[in-house]
Each structure stands twice: as C-alpha cells, then as structure tokens.
Write a protein of this length. Structure first.
Length: 355
C-alpha cells in the first residue's frame, strides 16, 4: 500500500490518457491529485492516479478541472461507474466523466440533472452519496439516485426528455445517514440501516412510497476479546452493501474507524467485518470472499475478481476516504493504512476502451 511520500511514475505512452489502446480494460484506480498545468491553463491539472494492482502512483497527461481534485473546492458529492457528481452554488447536480480515464479530456461530458426539489423538513445541500443503475447516465433507462443526509432520496432518468426528480421521503431514521447502492440482482436501490440489521429497498414501481424491508440475522460471529470489543464500541461505524456481479453474491461490510490524534486529527480504520448475505436474510460473517476484492470509498461500492488484474491480491478490501487510504486483509484482519488528504476520494471501477 502507499505509505509515506508517493513515488511518481510518468506515463510514456502516446495515448492522451496515458494508457495504450492495446489495453482493453483499466483496473480499479483512484485519483491521488493533479499537477497544475501552469498559468496558461490555471484551472486544469494533469491526473495522478493509483491503480489498485500497483504500488506506485502513475503520472498521466490527461487534463481535468482542478476543482474536481481539490478538497478545498468541495464541489464533488459522489461518484458511480466512473462518473463524478458535482453540486455547486447554483443547486444543479451535474454528472461529469472527467475522472474516467477512457473519456476525452478535450471534449468531456457534463450532464446537468433537473433542479433539485427539497421535500418539507428535508435538506438537499448535504449529500450522502450517489448511485446509478447502469454504467452511463446517457442510457435511456439509467436511473440516478442521490441520497441526502436525512430522510430524502431523489431519483431521475437523465436521458429521458423532460426528466424530473422523483423525491421519496424515508420515514425510518435508521436509513437517514446510510449510503445507497443499486442492485442488479433485483433492480432496486438498497440502503443498509444503521447497525446493519435492516436493508431498505426502493424502486419507482411497487416500492416507491413503501420500501421493501429485509431483516438480517447475524451468524458465525467471531469470538472477540474484551479489548477488541471495547475498541469496536469506541469506533465510528458505517455499513455498506456491495454486490459481486461475477459470483452473484451480496456482502454487508461494517467499517470501523476512530479518530487518531497523532499530529493532525484524522479518522483511521481500526477494524472491518464482512458478512455474506443470502435470500433468507442471514448475514454470515466471513474472512474468505475467494478471488474477490471489495472497494469502499465515497463512490458507490463495487467488487472485482482479483485474478483479472495482474498484481492484485484477492480476499482484500480497499478503503478510501478524505483522510485515509487503507487495505484490509480479510484472512487475518490485518490493516495497512496511509494517512493522507484526498480531494477526490473515489474508487473508479474497471473501465473499458471503446473498441
């Protein structure tokens, strides 16, 4: 994992995004930063990324707006399928493909979504995350979900003419601070309840106003020492659902983080637990997810087959937040953590070049 000062590897390939067109697919990666392009292009920078199957950063020629990678700008609110969502003072959510390495940096796509509508006693300034039902908002049936902190989730289809937000009030407060994800298995948006005991599911048909609720039963829980129990109880815990589309499995991940006061106050990963879910609502603790890797960040979570990417180790969870990059080995629960500031804390899933 990347600890301490990063080592930069400048791409020597001729392709404008720094990858040869002979490579059919880019492995999962996240943006580390961007090198300012100088006074001629003061608002642009050249991307610096970390690929999940490599240990060094890669310096690319691809240019992106600096505001997307500058944590001080605070314009990005989420990411899904390689699209980053922005929300500025005009109150308009835009989907942009700037951080997608296979997208053009000379002609980036910027898709404005309908003006936000705030439900009574809700807010639409603070966003939990963004999720999409397909890989591109330009797909006619693509549904975009924006989950706000609190009781509101809003859905729309950007590619449809005169698209409007469909705003849903979430009554149960256990879902108010949790992230949303889209399940390909059942075609619905899922939100794990705080604590992980409930999963709420919404769609635009049967479960629009009354969500489908599934109760989970935790099984095969590990034996914890008193010290470990006290540590977990002292942590800030978040729950995340992720789906493996290659194995058709669904996992619930509990992410335990705690403030570290070594120098600057930041949140650091102290533990992580993975549960495999079944149709009956059993959540079985596991330390073996096989040839898979899970990616958690401020983006919609995803899962990949490790053996598809040379150098990537299986049975791992990669985590990324605004102040930490960590790698958790599920087999022994060991954690390698690097404290750093990321202005764009999004893992981008594998991207394919157009053939």
């Amino acid at each position: 994992l990347r600890l301490g000062k990063p080592v930069f590897v400048r791409s020597s390939l001729l392709h404008s995004n720094g990858f040869s067109t002979s490579l059919l697919q880019i492995p999962p990666y996240h943006v580390f930063s961007a090198d300012p392009c100088g006074p001629r292009y003061p608002d642009l920078g050249k991307l610096i990324i970390f690929k999940a199957n490599e240990y060094d950063s890669t310096h690319l020629e691809k240019k992106v707006p600096m505001e997307l990678v500058d944590g001080k700008a605070m314009v990005t609110i989420g990411s899904s399928h390689g699209w980053v969502a922005t929300l500025k003072d005009d109150g308009v959510v835009r989907l942009q493909d700037d951080l997608n390495l296979v997208a053009s940096d000379t002609d980036p796509k910027r898709i404005p979504l309908p003006p936000l509508v705030t439900l009574p006693h809700c807010q639409t300034q603070v966003v939990t995350n963004v999720a999409m039902s397909s890989s591109s908002p330009e797909d006619e049936d693509c549904l975009v979900a924006v989950k706000f902190l609190g009781p509101q989730i809003s859905l729309c289809r950007p590619a449809q003419r005169n698209s409007q937000w469909i705003n849903i009030r979430i009554e149960n407060p256990c879902f108010h601070s949790s992230p949303v994800m889209f399940s390909k298995k059942d075609g619905m948006f899922h939100i794990p309840g705080s604590g992980g005991h409930l999963i709420g599911s919404w769609d635009l048909h049967k479960h629009k106003n009354k969500p489908k609720i599934q109760r989970l039963r935790f099984k095969n829980l590990p034996e914890l020492t008193k010290t470990k129990r006290e540590l977990l109880h002292s942590c800030c815990t978040s729950e995340h659902l992720v789906e493996s589309r290659t194995t058709n499995e669904t996992f619930l991940v509990k992410w335990y983080r705690k403030v570290t006061t070594s120098g600057v106050v930041k949140m650091k990963t102290r533990a992580l637990m993975v549960f495999k879910l079944d149709e009956e609502g059993n959540a079985v603790y596991t330390q073996d997810i096989g040839d898979l890797c899970i990616f958690l960040s401020k983006s919609e979570p995803f899962c990949v087959t490790a053996s598809s990417y040379p150098g990537m180790c299986s049975n791992k969870v990669h985590t990324l937040d605004v102040d930490e990059d960590a790698l958790v080995d599920l087999s022994d629960s060991s954690i390698i953590s690097g404290i750093c500031t990321f202005g764009s804390p999004y893992y981008i899933p594998p991207q394919k070049f157009d053939s």
